[in-house]
Ligand binder design. Structure first.
Ligand SMILES: NC(=O)c1ccc[n+]([C@@H]2O[C@H](COP(=O)([O-])OP(=O)(O)OC[C@H]3O[C@@H](n4cnc5c(N)ncnc54)[C@H](OP(=O)(O)O)[C@@H]3O)[C@@H](O)[C@H]2O)c1
Length: 248
């Protein structure tokens, strides 16, 4: 493994769902992973010795911008090959309209999904760019690009991060930075989604979070063969470019 390949991959949302699946996939494939979430992933206990030499978990609350700044500074100048953004605050309870979305929900959801991730990305850009082939993967959502009725805070936060990352991509393309925004065209069975579905819900049509993890790992492994951009992730793992306006 070369110097760039061995550089660290930072994953947010490490304790559960798609983020956890990504951490497990990368660590089991010998990648050096920095994992963050507020709660520790339960596999840390059982697999601590197995992955101890390549997995470091840190408690981080993305809704606390000062803590995010502090965490980014603590990483020093060691090269970071990739940032994978999978943390999410889906918002309060069941779907509800913008008119009944509380101020605290706006602040928490946008503070976590948009502000926390934006601070993290912006503070680590120099490390990413230094590798000459840095990668950012945003596990995005259809709500970033289509109307999200009943999920206005979640939708606003994902659309905001989507726009922020498109700006970063435009600023740093000459530096070899690739930014992937992945929009799954299917639902995955994750703890966060389970909490939002009624008791007895039939998840049989939902995918395993490992599917998105496999796609993320493929993007880290392919040698510049997939251009940065926004992609629709199909159930069979293929990526279809999502056409975005680049000017008016
Ligand atoms: N699941 C789906 O069907 C689906 C479909 C389309 C897109 N997505 C996207 O996939 C990504 C992952 O979704 P998921 O369903 O796997 O989510 P999930 O099961 O709810 O997991 C969310 C993760 O985010 C972390 N998190 C939440 N609030 C945080 C905070 N304030 N600070 C730090 N970490 C925080 C949680 O860890 P702690 O609570 O320990 O902090 C957890 O690890 C999201 O970006 C979502 O938009 C999912």
């Amino acid at each position: 493994m070369g110097e760039v390949e061995s550089a660290r991959v930072l994953v947010t949302g490490a304790s559960q769902g798609i983020g956890k699946a990504i951490v497990m996939r990368l660590a089991s494939r010998q990648r050096f992973v920095l994992a963050v979430s507020r709660n520790p992933p339960e596999f840390l206990g059982t697999s601590r010795s197995q992955w101890a030499d390549r997995l470091a978990w840190t408690s981080l609350d993305l809704s606390n911008a000062a803590a995010v700044e502090q965490y980014a500074a603590s990483l020093g100048s060691f090269p970071i090959r990739a940032l994978i953004l999978s943390a999410v605050d889906y918002g309060d309870g069941a779907r509800h309209g913008a008119s009944v979305t509380s101020t605290s929900e706006w602040q928490r959801v946008i503070g976590t999904n948009l502000v926390g991730h934006s601070v993290l990305v912006s503070r680590l850009l120099s490390q990413l760019v230094r590798t000459g082939s840095g990668i950012i993967i945003h596990v995005s959502s259809d709500v970033a690009v289509t109307p999200a009725a009943g999920r206005s805070a979640y939708g606003a936060s994902k659309a905001g991060l989507h726009a922020m990352l498109r700006a970063v991509e435009a600023e740093h393309q000459p530096d070899g930075l690739r930014v992937y925004q992945l929009i799954p065209t299917f639902q995955s069975v994750t703890e966060g989604i389970r909490r939002r579905r009624p008791v007895g819900f039939d998840f049989s049509s939902y995918a395993d979070p490992a599917l998105v993890a496999e796609v993320a790992e493929r993007l880290l492994s392919t040698d510049h063969s997939v251009q940065g951009g926004t992609y629709l992730v199909r159930r069979n793992g293929t990526l279809d470019p999502y056409p975005e306006a680049t000017g008016l």
